[in-house]
Design a protein around this ligand. Sequence first.
Ligand code: ADP
Length: 293
Amino acid sequence: MTDWSAIAAAIGNAGGGRVDPSTSRAVGGGCINRAYHLGSSPHAYFVKLNGRDRLAMFEAEAAGLEAMADTGTIRVPRPLCTGTAGAQSYIVMEYIALGRSGAHGAGEAGHQLAAMHLASRADFGWDRDNTIGSTHQPNHPEQDWVTFWGRHRLGFQLDLATRNGYGRRLRDQGERLLVALPALIDHAPVPSLLHGDLWGGNLGFDEAGHPVIFDPALYYGDREADIAMTELFGGFGGDFYAAYNEAWPLDPGYRTRKDLYNLYHILNHLNLFGSGYLGQAEGMLQGLLAQVR
Ligand code: ADP
C-alpha cells in the first residue's frame, strides 16, 4: 500500500501545489520503477516508487535532472522532492504530458543535446555515484578520460561480470581491452555533461512537439558516449544526427570508438538481464581487440 497522503504532504512541503492523494493512477512504461500520475493540471506530478532501500537512487536521479535542467538546453522534468513513505521510496517530478514530435522535433533534440554537452567542468565523473538501470554507477572524478572509462565504466562492469560468473573468456578479453584503451581512445575529449543512458525510450516530445529527455545516469564524460548510445537501440533518426553535427561536429574516429562506449551498456545488460547478452559482449570485445592487433 502506498501512503499517497504522505507523498502529497511532502509535495506541499517542497513548495509544490496541493494535490488530492486519491488522484494517483498508475502509468506504464518504466523498466525499473513503478510510475504514477498524481494530482491534476496545473499541479500534476510524475511519481516513481521503489523499495525503501532505493532512496539514494532517486536522490541521484533528482540531482541529475536538476543538473540537466540548469543547463537550460533540452527539456527535462523538473524534480520536486524525494523521500520515503512506509516501505517505499519515491521521487516526485513535474508531469509532462507527452505528444508527438513536431516537424523539427528530432533536429531540435540534436541541437539541444549538443548545447547540453557544452556544459563542462574540470574533470570526468561527477560529485556523486548513481545508477545505470538498477546497477550501481561509480562516478569518482578523474582528470584523465581513458582512466575514467577503464576504471569506472568498463573495468567496473567487467569485475561485476566476473562476480556474476561470466567466465574466463570474457575476463581475458576484457583485461586485454583495458590495456589497449589508450590506443582505442585516440582523441582528447573535454568533460561534457552527459545524460548517460540515452536510448530511444528516454527521449519523448511534449504536447508542443519539443523534445524531452528522462531518466538520466548523469556524469561528465566524452559526449561520444551519449551519441553512441542513441545508435545502440535506434530511434533517433537522420535529422537528429545532422542537427547535432551542425551544432558541434563529432571528432574523426567516432565510428571506431562507438563500440567501445556501447560495450559498457551491453555489459550492463549482461549483468542485469543475463547470458542472452554474453555473445554480443564477446563479439564486441573481439571486434575492438582486432583493431589494435
Ligand atoms: P524507469 O526509471 O522506471 O525506467 P522512466 O523515468 O524511464 O522510468 O519513465 C518511464 C516512462 O515514463 C518514460 O519513458 C516516459 O515515457 C514517461 N515519463 C517519465 N518521466 C515523465 C514525466 N516527468 N512526465 C510524464 N511522463 C514521464
